[in-house]
Design a protein around this ligand. Structure first.
Ligand SMILES: Cc1cc2nc3c(=O)[nH]c(=O)nc-3n(C[C@H](O)[C@H](O)[C@H](O)COP(=O)(O)O)c2cc1C
Length: 207
């Protein structure tokens, strides 16, 4: 199974990157193929039209969002990793969620039934709100959301940054274990889950 992380920090090699690397390393230890996308290394422009929610076709803006959506489609599990900025998700992650969600994913929900999880990094305040926001977006896209029990939130203020947060790192690793365990069990079960777009077809809608 393939696990993809999306690091939504403006600092391409900061604390959130470290947390995302930990996800990928543990996933590899569990036998997964992995890929890490750092949004700061990509070209992601803010929506300038404001019409995407009523546009009948995908967003025409020519930046890296469509390619990242393709990487999500190729993965079996996606972990959204974001820092807390101003009590909310960092604006780069928020921009990506809006552009990908409304501009590309809204039509056929191609990420339906993939495993999804969230990791949040911050100094002290607002982690749970951002974690909930990321999970809502995963649920909107019909991911099967998994967690470790306690959410994978990390405090970045320690001497070794997020690596000093032993409890947060434990939650992160347990989250990866749940991703691999549930993903493997689902794949082995052969259970037929709803395919992308099935709900729209049933309702006679496009998105
Ligand atoms: C603009 C800005 C706003 C921030 N707001 C918060 C906040 O509301 N709550 C918090 O706990 N940390 C906040 N922080 C701290 C970051 O979440 C923390 O430094 C985190 O490690 C940043 O991740 P990064 O290293 O991947 O950039 C803020 C940092 C910045 C730059």
């Amino acid at each position: 199974m393939k696990v993809l992380t999306i690091n939504g920090s403006e600092r391409a090699r900061g604390s959130t990157w470290t947390a995302a690397r930990q996800v990928l390393q543990h996933a590899r230890e569990r036998g997964c193929e992995t890929e890490g996308v750092d949004l700061a290394d990509k070209r992601i422009v803010r929506c300038e039209c404001g019409r995407c929610n009523s546009r009948p076709e995908p967003c025409p803006v020519d930046d890296d969002v469509a390619a990242i959506v393709e990487a999500m489609i190729e993965a079996d599990a996606v972990v959204l990793a974001a820092p807390v900025h101003g009590f909310g998700p960092a604006s780069l992650m928020q921009t990506f969620i809006e552009r990908a969600g409304v501009g590309h994913l809204r039509f056929a929900r191609p990420l339906t039934n993939k495993i999804g999880a969230a990791v949040v990094v911050g100094r002290r305040y607002g982690h749970l709100e951002v974690h909930a926001q990321l999970l809502h977006n995963l649920l909107l896209n019909r991911f099967i959301v998994v967690g470790s029990g306690f959410p994978a939130i990390l405090h970045s203020g320690g001497e070794r940054g997020v690596l000093s947060d032993a409890e947060g790192m434990d939650a992160l690793r347990r989250t990866v274990d749940r991703i691999v365990d549930i993903g493997t069990a689902l794949a082995a079960s052969g259970t037929a889950l709803p395919v992308p777009g099935e709900i729209e077809r049933r309702l006679g809608r496009t998105g």
